[in-house]
Design a protein around this ligand. Structure first.
Ligand code: PAF
Length: 316
């Protein structure tokens, strides 16, 4: 059947609804919801623009099959049994979305931040009152076809790992890794997040500024800029105690450019649709850490300024 409605019970196994809450119902939040539901983890969702209640969500998977399932949306009162809160909002929304919930969340609730870029882990950490925190990055591709309909466009790598406080319970960790395809647990996680940051720094702003798909960046004209951007990331990461290997990282950036050649980066799409971009958590984060260490990052600074002026043009 091309369209199939899966009853929740079909996969519900032992899990009790509400133990895993996904905060943010954008494309990645919905994709994680479907993946966890398929594995019987009975996640529930919480989103700014969705009232508590039931909502049908549709996923077109990598084989082109569309699966529909009922999702339970909760409000703050539904957080009582939450053992794991997966935060899937954009980096610039994390503080505003998460901090007001902390007074309701048990101090045993574990928090997993899953967004592009870095920064929110530093700003939310002092508010967590000992709660365990994990961080992650996902290169899974998902596109919104409608408010409640997404299409999975790629099965990229997802890397998760412990950041501070009590570690995520082993059963939840195993369940997440089993549910999210091509995922791994990394200790330490920060070097992985810095590698992903470097990929986003090298690709995202350049595609937005040059109004091109990722693949265009393979042209020789972009190579000096890409190498300079990567070089600045390596210098700042080193000052942060994170060793990044230049050749490996450069190869990884070019592999992503090749593998996603036809895609428009998330920042290109944000500029194209006149939305706020994630530049502050990507290039902006690098520049703030460079400033802390007194390191010059002139190429990233120039790119940051160009991108910010595009963002302003869009809002004008
Ligand atoms: O932000 C994005 O678009 C993606 O992280 C990536 C890897 C650059 C591919 O487009």
């Amino acid at each position: 059947l091309p369209d199939e409605t899966l009853p929740d019970e079909a996969h519900s196994g032992e899990a009790q609804p509400g133990k895993i809450v996904i905060l943010g119902a954008g494309a990645i939040g919905q994709l994680i919801f479907h993946q966890l539901s398929i594995h019987g983890l009975a996640p529930v969702l919480m989103a700014r623009d969705a009232e508590a209640g039931s909502q049908e969500l549709a996923l077109t998977d990598l084989d082109g099959e569309t699966l529909k399932r009922q999702a339970q949306f909760i409000d703050q009162t539904g957080l009582a049994s939450c053992e794991l809160l997966i935060v899937c909002v954009k980096a610039y929304q994390v503080e505003a979305a998460l901090l007001p919930l902390l007074k309701t969340l048990s101090t045993d609730t574990h928090i997993l931040l899953l967004h592009n870029g870095l920064g929110p882990h530093l700003s939310v950490a002092p508010h967590l009152a000992g709660r365990g925190l994990s961080l992650g990055t996902t290169s899974q591709g998902a596109l919104k076809l409608g408010r409640w309909q997404i299409k999975q466009t790629g099965a990229g790598l997802t890397q998760l790992g412990h950041a501070q406080g009590a570690p995520l319970a082993a059963n939840l960790r195993q369940a997440l890794l089993a549910a999210i395809s091509n995922s791994e647990w990394c200790e330490p996680i920060l070097p992985m997040l810095w590698q992903k940051l470097a990929i986003n720094i090298a690709i995202n702003p350049l595609t937005a500024i040059n109004d091109c798909p990722n693949g265009k960046l393979a042209d020789a004209q972009f190579r000096p800029t890409i190498l300079a951007l990567i070089g600045e990331v390596i210098a700042v990461a080193k000052a942060e105690g994170i060793a990044l290997e230049r050749q490996q990282l450069t190869e990884r950036v070019y592999r992503v450019i090749e593998l996603t050649a036809g895609n428009y980066s998330s920042m290109h799409q944000d500029i194209h649709h006149g939305r706020q971009t994630e530049i502050e958590a990507i290039t902006g984060y690098l520049l703030s850490r460079a400033a802390v260490h007194g390191i010059a990052a002139p190429v990233n600074e120039a790119i940051y300024r160009q991108l910010k002026s595009l963002e302003c043009d869009d809002k004008a």
